[in-house]
Structures are given as structure tokens and as C-alpha cells.
Design a protein around this ligand. Structure first.
Ligand SMILES: Cc1cc2nc3c(=O)[nH]c(=O)nc-3n(C[C@H](O)[C@H](O)[C@H](O)COP(=O)(O)OP(=O)(O)OC[C@H]3O[C@@H](n4cnc5c(N)ncnc54)[C@H](O)[C@@H]3O)c2cc1C
Length: 419
């Protein structure tokens, strides 16, 4: 089209910044606005796994088998407090409707084109000068106290393969697993090794993306809360409130991309995006480890990820279905600590630092919302749930193409935000 020259991107998380960077590839002048700052949302304290092998739609029959009773126990790794809000009730109804094997397969097929391009998209950023380090996770070690407990994970990997995904894994003993990841306690008797994955320090990586956007002439405005997006005949107007009422960063643009993570509904519901985006809040903290493992460790029975980060490891887990701005709940950290204590050794779980809560943007069908809204020139990128870090760069590449050319790439069709 050649007419899109200036674009505002709302949200400086992985998804927003990756989209801004790819818009710059098309020669677009970008302004990224965040009400707090770079990586202020879920892109900060997540596990940093770039693991296409694990990307799958969240609604699945096993979650139903897991039982709704477990949902209301604060100790459970998936927790929905009874004092539910209307958004949560709508979300749960839709989510349960999608938790069938047939729907899971359909959604999984839709995700595959993104999954296949996820790691090449990181290679491209690296080749074009984004400095953030991407480390090999070869393998990711998924560890279990009992051999039989590996079944649900290997079943899921097989189901992914059935619809065309490629996953290389092998089942090994606890001893083999401990050699790869000495943080695993003697209680671990089996592990599934998943090859060919990667990981990052999400904070430094997302900052390196912001630096690259700035270095190429874009601006990243922090402390700019977008309170409204209106489209009209002369483009799209972005209204910025901000703590001090400053309007810096707002104004008129040829197009706008809303990438506000778990807060997507606030700006996008009036633009025809009626799908609920529910916050699936996760908690993380870092602890000293001796030695620090070289590869990421997954503890499926506790639903916890352990990622090497410098001389410490980050421990991340929990899925708390609550409002994204709800207060930090220390009981969740205690629940994570209690669940991993028998599974790990050589880590000082009482030397916790950087305790954090952040919101995965979760949708009822487990698919992201990427594409145009009802309002001309306004686009959405988000709702990637558990996998927005892995899928951020490929999302940015495809959406930038759509914004600039006006054509929807085939790979994005299933993620129509107006579905
Ligand atoms: C514990 C945990 C572990 C995870 N582990 C992984 C993992 O290993 N691998 C993986 O791929 N994914 C992982 N995820 C998921 C991943 O973190 C998210 O999917 C991803 O970060 C979402 O990125 P985003 O850019 O869409 O949203 P965010 O990173 O949340 O960014 C949204 C931004 O929008 C800003 N914003 C909101 N409203 C406004 C407004 N009105 N005006 C201006 N700015 C606004 C916020 O300040 C925020 O910075 C994990 C998540 C959690 C919680």
C-alpha cells in the first residue's frame, strides 16, 4: 500500500516490541508506548523458554480430568479463587467448551505454522543486530518422581506429532537426568529429554529489542498510559493519560497496534474484540544454585519451570485466574516452594530474590488474537497465554506484514481477533 508511514504500538512487552521492530523493517516510523516501561508486564519474570516443542493450546481434556475442585485450592498449581468476577465466569464457560480433543487438535493445527517459524524468527533478529543472547536448551529436562508420571507429557507430545508437529524426545532414568541437571534430587526417577529448544533471560532480551528499536530511529515512551484509541478519516488518534496527565507519545498515526497483554480487553473491547482475555497469573523468584544447571528443567508434577539465569536459577509456575492488577499473594510462592522442595537439590529455596507475579494473557480457545479490529487502522497482537515469549517475534513479523500491505498472511487467519 505504501501509505502506512507512522504506527503507534501500545505495550512494550515481547509482542509489542517485536512488532515494532518488524514494522521498522518495512520503513515505518514507530512509537512504542508503555504505561510503565519496557518488559513491565508478563515479559519480565517469565521462564524465558523458547520451546516450540511445548507450544499447545491450553484448553485440553486433561485439564478437565484434573478436576474443578483443584481449581479452588490455593495450593493447587491452577487456582481460580471463588470470589470470581464476571469476566472470569465468562472465561471459564468458554474455556471448558473448548476443552475437547477435537477442538484441541483443530487449534493445534492452527498454531503449527507459527510454531515452525518461532526459532527462525529469533535467528533473524540476531542476524540483524538484536544483541540479546539466545541459549541452547539441548535438552530441556522434564523430570518426574515416578516413571509412570511421564505418561501425560509423552502423550501430549505424541498428540502434537499426530497433527503434524515434530518433537524429538527420549525417556531416560533419573540418573541420566541428574547428570544433565544436577539440581534434580534423588527422588527423581525418570525424565523426558526434549531436544532442539532454546532459552533466554527475558528481561535482558526484551530490553535488547527495545534498544534495537531506538537505535533504528523509533521511540519508546515509558510512563505513557493509553486511555483510548479512535480511528477516523485521517488515521488513528491515540490518547495518552499518564500518571502526571502528560500527553507525551499520543497523537495521530497511520495505524496502531494494541499489544497490552492481559490488559488487551480494556482498549480492544470497544473495537469489536469481544473474546475475553483472562489473566493467568504466574509467580516466579530466583534462588542460588550450586551448581547452576546448564539447561532448563521442567517439573510437570508441580507445573514449575526452572531456568538458569547467570549464577542463579529462576523458579516459575502457578496459574492463578484472577484480575491482572490483583495484589501479590505470598501463599502462591509458598505453594511453589513446597511443591519443588522434594524435587530439587543444591538450591537454596529460602534465599529467594525478585519475587514476582505477572499475567499470561489467556484466551478461551488457547489461540492468540492477531490482526485487524473493526476500527480501521487498529490492530491487535496478544493473547498468547503460556507462549508469548516463544511466539512474539514470529507474531511481530507476520502482523507487520499485514499492517503494511493490508493483506492477511495465511498463517494469521485462525487468529482473527474478531472471531
Ligand atoms: C510465570 C510465567 C512463566 C512464563 N514462561 C514463559 C516461557 O517460558 N516461554 C514463553 O514463551 N512464555 C512464557 N510465559 C508467557 C509470556 O510471559 C507471555 O505470553 C508474554 O510475556 C506476553 O507478552 P505481551 O507482550 O503480550 O504482554 P506483556 O509482556 O504483559 O506486555 C504488555 C505491556 O502492555 C503495557 N500496558 C498495558 N496496558 C497499557 C495501556 N493502557 N497503555 C500503555 N501500556 C499498557 C504493560 O505495562 C505491559 O508492559 C510465562 C508467563 C508467566 C506468567
Amino acid at each position: 500500500m505504501g501509505s502506512v508511514q507512522s504506527v503507534a504500538v501500545v505495550g512494550a512487552g515481547m509482542v509489542g516490541l517485536a512488532t515494532a521492530w518488524h514494522l521498522q523493517e518495512h520503513g515505518v516510523q514507530v512509537t512504542v508506548l508503555d504505561r510503565e516501561g519496557v518488559a513491565a508486564g508478563a515479559s519480565w519474570g517469565n521462564a524465558g523458554w523458547l520451546t516450540p516443542a511445548f507450544v499447545a493450546p491450553l484448553p485440553e481434556p486433561a485439564l478437565l480430568r484434573y478436576g474443578l475442585r483443584a481449581l479452588v485450592s490455593p495450593k493447587s498449581p491452577v487456582y481460580a479463587p471463588l470470589a470470581a468476577d464476571r469476566n472470569l465466569a465468562r472465561f471459564m464457560a468458554g474455556f471448558l467448551r473448548h476443552s475437547t480433543h477435537a477442538r484441541w487438535q483443530e487449534s493445534m493445527r492452527s498454531l503449527l505454522p507459527l510454531v515452525r517459524e518461532a526459532l527462525p524468527a529469533f535467528d533473524h533478529l540476531r542476524a540483524e543486530g538484536v544483541s540479546g543472547e539466545v541459549l541452547r536448551a539441548d535438552p530441556v529436562v522434564a523430570a518426574f518422581p515416578r516413571v509412570a508420571q511421564a505418561g501425560p507429557l509423552t502423550d501430549e507430545l505424541e498428540h502434537i506429532a499426530e497433527v503434524g508437529g515434530t518433537v524429538a524426545y527420549e525417556l531416560v532414568s533419573g540418573q541420566v537426568a541428574r547428570r544433565l541437571a544436577p539440581v534434580l534430587a534423588d527422588s527423581i526417577q525418570a525424565a523426558v529429554l526434549v531436544r532442539g529448544q532454546r532459552f533466554i533471560n527475558p528481561v535482558t532480551y526484551v530490553h535488547s529489542l527495545a534498544d534495537a528499536v531506538r537505535a533504528r530511529g523509533g521511540s519508546v515512551v515509558e510512563g505513557a498510559e493509553v486511555v483510548g484509541v479512535r480511528s477516523g478519516p485521517d488515521g488513528v488518534v491515540v490518547e495518552v493519560g499518564g500518571a502526571e496527565g502528560s500527553a507525551e507519545g499520543g497523537g495521530r498515526f497511520d495505524a496502531v497496534v494494541v499489544a497490552t497483554g492481559a490488559w488487551l480487553g480494556r482498549l480492544c473491547a470497544p473495537l469489536g474484540v469481544t473474546r475475553v482475555v483472562q489473566a493467568g497469573r504466574g509467580y516466579s523468584f530466583s534462588v542460588a544454585a550450586d551448581p547452576v544447571p546448564e539447561v532448563p528443567v521442567y517439573l510437570p508434577t508441580a507445573r514449575v519451570a526452572v531456568t538458569p539465569l547467570g549464577d542463579r536459577v529462576r523458579v516459575a509456575g502457578m496459574m492463578e485466574l484472577r484480575r491482572p492488577d490483583a495484589r501479590f499473594d505470598h501463599r502462591r510462592v509458598t505453594a511453589i516452594v513446597d511443591s519443588v522442595r522434594p524435587l530439587l537439590q543444591g538450591v537454596d529455596l529460602d534465599s529467594r530474590r525478585d519475587e514476582w507475579v505477572g499475567s499470561r494473557p489467556v484466551t478461551i480457545d488457547g489461540l492468540p488474537l492477531i490482526g485487524a479490529t473493526e476500527a480501521s487502522g487498529v490492530f491487535v497482537a496478544g493473547g498468547h497465554g503460556m507462549w508469548g515469549v516463544t511466539l512474539g517475534p514470529v507474531t511481530g513479523r507476520l502482523l507487520a506484514e499485514q499492517v503494511v500491505t493490508g493483506r492477511t498472511p495465511d498463517a494469521l487467519r485462525p487468529f482473527d481477533p474478531l472471531r
